[in-house]
Design a protein around this ligand. Structure first.
Ligand code: APR
Length: 238
């Protein structure tokens, strides 16, 4: 039991108590702005200034230092350091709060807000300032093609082969702070169940769209339910 691998999927709910908005809660991001206007390749081609402004505001908030990891992020970092087997955090979030809490084994399947990518050569660079249409790529020298290194609707998430391999071999799959509304992440629990050996748990404020697919569930704020569940895993396993 103690050297088995764990995959943790996280969504916007784990960062809510750090002060970052979720997407589909009543006060979420998609209640104030349309996905079609800021989070698709067409939106960027049509109005790059508006898309840059949307991400610049979120990047500035994250880079300001006002937003800090919370007890849920820190408890997952503790799990990674104390569990004898591999612990992989697969996050849908584009913030860096898992890393700032101490998690090292993290996959950002929807990209990272603090990175920029050149559409011409594909070069990816750390980026904490505003992005704009006039910027020149430091790798290829082409101007005007720098975009947020985030995955928009209609684009392929990153690192899917690594994620699929981890899902296929894990003994425990835990989903935290996600509504289960967006694929492929929403389908991970089915993929794990299909193999039949792993235990599955959902830790969320409320039942997600896939709630009935999980063998175990604990509902409440992530800063309460996640540390308690990590304590349970490190104490008696699952
Ligand atoms: N603790 C735990 N869960 C919470 C908390 C909290 N404090 N606050 C909210 N939640 C839960 C909500 O109940 C909801 O189920 O977190 C979930 C957030 O769901 P969404 O807002 O849909 O965010 P997420 O599931 O991460 O969205 C997936 O959709 O828009 C795209 O790319 C975006 O990565 C995002 C993806």
């Amino acid at each position: 039991m103690r050297d088995r691998q764990i995959v943790i999927l996280t969504g916007a709910g784990i960062s809510k108590e750090s002060g970052l908005a979720t997407f589909r809660d009543a006060d979420g991001i998609w209640a104030t702005v349309r996905i079609e206007d800021v989070a698709t390749p067409d939106a960027f081609a049509r109005d790059p200034v508006r898309v840059h402004a949307f991400y610049n505001a979120r990047r500035a908030r994250l880079a300001s230092g006002d937003v800090k990891p919370n007890a849920a992020h820190f408890s997952l970092a503790r799990l990674e350091s104390e569990w004898p087997g591999e612990v992989l955090v697969v996050t849908q979030n584009i913030d860096d709060l898992h890393e700032r809490a101490g998690s090292r084994n993290v996959v950002h399947m929807h990209g990272e807000l603090l990175k920029a990518r050149c559409q011409t050569c594909g070069d990816v660079v750390p980026w904490r300032d505003d992005l704009g249409v006039g910027l020149t790529c430091s790798a290829c020298g082409v101007a005007g093609g720098m975009r947020p290194h985030v995955v928009w609707f209609g684009e392929m998430p990153f690192d899917m082969e690594r994620i699929d391999a981890a899902l296929d071999r894990c003994a425990l799959f835990v989903s935290i702070g996600t509504s289960g509304a967006v694929y492929p992440a929403a389908g991970f629990v089915q993929q794990v169940r299909h193999r039949g050996r792993a235990h599955t748990a959902e830790l969320n404020m409320q039942p997600s769209e896939g709630a009935t697919l999980f063998a175990e569930a604990r509902y409440g704020p992530a800063t309460q339910v996640v540390p308690a569940y990590v304590e349970k895993i490190l104490g008696a396993g699952w």
